[in-house]
Design a protein. Structure first.
Ligand code: URA
Length: 273
């Protein structure tokens, strides 16, 4: 109720009471009359409505980072190469292999790219990493002797007397461990393009890793060796034979007999084509 609404004038006592209350508030520091109507602050909403500071804007999401796809990148890079030399350069420019950081060199290939026989191994070892060439350590020396046994030399000029040598992984895995599927995957497009460009008459896959990734082997090399598969890469058809890795033959010389059988089959297939 306001003063003006009062039905009868306030008594002197009431006035004195109001005055005393007013003086008390002035003493406490009140210097402004706020309004005639009392506000029941206990019934106000507990949270004040948000204060609009300028025009409301829709939050802008941060730009989405492009999804990394190292295999697609490798495919695109490899596809642009139209000869072995440009493929080597494309591989050197590619940074999608996690093994690259730990390696001294990109170990691409050795031998005669015109050879009708292509040998595909696993990954470089310490000697290969140092020299930047595949199969130059102890297992490479055994491979050279195996090739010599079927009349081939990686350095020979004639396609039918030489060999072209590469690996499915071009960087040395630390401690010479077997490369994982995830390490092979981003490099495989380069190997496939390599095969399509070289167009060998036959491929010899030595060991588990190339047999699995190029020929689709689902068992270990001890069971799979001696198997042939018809590879088709970018329309190029090439028969591939699986055999033991020379490093394994160094550890298990009694298996050389079976490796020799594979080499003779390979020689016979090359002579036919
Ligand atoms: N083992 C391989 O598989 N490749 C090499 O180049 C050397 C050893």
């Amino acid at each position: 109720m306001t003063l003006s609404e009062s039905p009868e004038p306030p008594s002197d006592d009431l006035r004195a009471l109001w005055r005393a209350a007013l003086e008390w508030q002035i003493e406490l520091g009140a210097d402004e009359a706020i309004g005639e109507i009392a506000i029941d602050r206990t019934s106000l909403p507990s949270k004040a409505p948000p204060v609009a500071l300028g025009r409301k804007r829709k939050p802008v999401p941060p730009p989405a980072a492009p999804k990394a796809d190292p295999v697609a990148d490798a495919r695109a890079l490899a596809a642009k190469a139209d000869n072995v030399a440009t493929l080597r350069e494309a591989l050197k420019a590619y940074d999608g292999s996690p093994l690259k950081k730990g390696a001294r060199n990109t170990v691409f290939a050795d031998g005669n790219p015109k050879a009708d026989l292509m040998i595909v191994g696993e990954a470089p070892g310490r000697d290969e990493d140092r020299q930047g060439l595949p199969f130059v350590g102890r297992s490479g020396q055994l491979l050279d002797r195996m090739l010599a046994a079927i009349g081939r030399d990686r350095k020979a000029e004639a396609p039918g007397e030489s060999a072209y040598i590469t690996n499915v992984v071009f960087y040395r895995p630390l401690e010479n461990r077997t490369p994982t599927d995830q390490e092979v995957a981003p490099l495989l497009p380069f190997t496939l393009r390599h095969i399509a460009l070289v167009k060998p008459k036959a491929i010899l896959c030595v060991g588990n890793v190339p047999s699995k990734h190029l020929m689709g082997a689902t068992t270990g090399i001890t069971r799979f060796r001696g198997a042939w598969a018809d590879l088709e890469v970018e329309g190029v058809k090439v028969p591939a034979l699986a055999s033991f890795h020379p490093a394994y033959l160094l550890r298990s010389p009694d298996q050389k007999r079976l490796a020799w059988r594979d080499l003779l089959e390979l020689e016979a297939r090359l002579a036919q084509s």
